[in-house]
Write a protein that binds this ligand. Structure first.
Ligand code: PEP
Ligand code: MN
Length: 333
């Protein structure tokens, strides 16, 4: 998968040794942008929050000694200034920050301010992850906010709550085919086992690159331990031969979107059956009949009315609902 841009490195800079060890191993695999978070916007306050400003010095060492561009995540204006003063080449805005347009606006102002003071500054680009909620419009809005700084902007699709939401990425792709889009299989899956197969989707859906979390000893990582891969696995991903596809790109996107809807649909059907089983157990304790025609007629009437306003045929809805109901009855009996 050689035509892709690779941005790789640990979730977080943990120590100077870990940063340099990871960077050396990654540089040996080919061109990369080296990433490491120094200020980590974590979900809980009792977890590792990043090493802070000191980590910028370790990234500078990587840049100067290994001659690779380096990237870090910024959340506040103050962090932007510190990162740019330290010569960080690329900034990225995380999913939590992308959910907050005021925070993105403050980041833009800090970039503008720095660039008006420092001529020939080295900021080469900004990556913006999708927001934590599947909101393509907000992601696009923040792309526009960042573009106003004049710095090249790239989108990073990382999904929400370990679901891809391919449709959200497709909307951004359609609206802004001129903006490079990278796939982040690490945050999308939350699972190192799934990172190689998800990475191959970058090829399948013609993404421009991958952002991957790599740690020399993932099980010892202070954050995102489950999803980080080793440099060796990363090397396998980048060495994987390019795939050939017989279906057009647009159809591949649409099928990816449909597969995801199906995943949700079947999960919901399984959940419906689990609730149905609980209802069956309740009916038994109350000596109620399994088949309750009034209730079924109510559900059917409601759903048929709904079908009309959702562009579905009443015939199809009736068949599907009857099938679900029959399976419920079978389970309750
Ligand atoms: C990260 O890349 O380490 C990170 C915090 O990502 P996200 O904002 O996608 O959760
Ligand atoms: Mn992470």
């Amino acid at each position: 998968m050689s035509k892709l841009t690779y941005i790789a490195g640990p979730c977080a800079a943990e120590s100077e040794e870990q940063v340099l060890e990871t960077a050396r191993a990654l540089v040996a695999t080919g061109d990369i942008i080296f990433r490491a978070g120094v200020w980590k916007p974590r979900t809980r306050p009792d977890t590792f929050q990043g090493v802070g400003d000191e980590g910028l010095l370790w990234l500078s060492r990587v840049k100067n000694e290994l001659h690779v561009p380096v990237a870090t995540e910024v959340v506040t204006a103050e962090q932007v200034t510190k990162a740019l003063e330290a010569g960080i080449d690329y900034l990225w805005i995380g999913a939590r920050t992308c959910a907050n347009p005021i925070a993105v606006g403050a980041i833009c102002s800090a970039i503008d301010d720095f660039r008006s003071r420092v001529t020939g500054d080295g900021l080469r680009g900004i990556f913006i992850k999708n927001p934590v909620n599947a909101d393509a419009a907000l992601w696009l809005g923040n792309i526009e906010r960042l573009e106003a700084t004049g710095v090249p902007v790239m989108a990073v699709h990382r999904g929400c709550s370990h679901q891809p939401y391919w449709e959200m990425a497709h909307q951004v792709r359609i609206a802004r085919p001129d903006i490079p889009m990278l796939l982040d299989p690490s945050h999308m899956s939350g699972d190192a086992e799934r990172v190689p197969s998800l990475s191959r989707v970058a090829d399948e859906l013609d993404y421009d690159g991958l952002m991957v979390e790599v740690h020399p000893r993932p099980q010892e990582a202070l954050s995102d331990a489950k999803q980080q891969i080793t440099p060796a696995v990363f090397e396998d991903i980048r060495r994987a031969p390019a795939q050939t596809f017989t279906t057009p790109l647009e159809l591949r996107w649409l099928r990816k979107m449909m597969d995801e809807v199906d995943d949700r649909l079947w999960t919901d059907i399984a959940q419906r059956m689990a609730v149905s089983k609980q209802i069956g157990a309740y009916k038994k304790t109350q000596q109620m009949a399994v088949i309750q025609p009034t209730r079924f007629n109510e559900i059917m009437t409601k759903r048929l009315a709904w079908a009309e306003s959702h562009g579905l045929s009443k015939e199809a809805v009736e068949i599907i609902l009857k099938t679900l109901h029959e399976e419920s009855i079978r389970m309750q009996q």
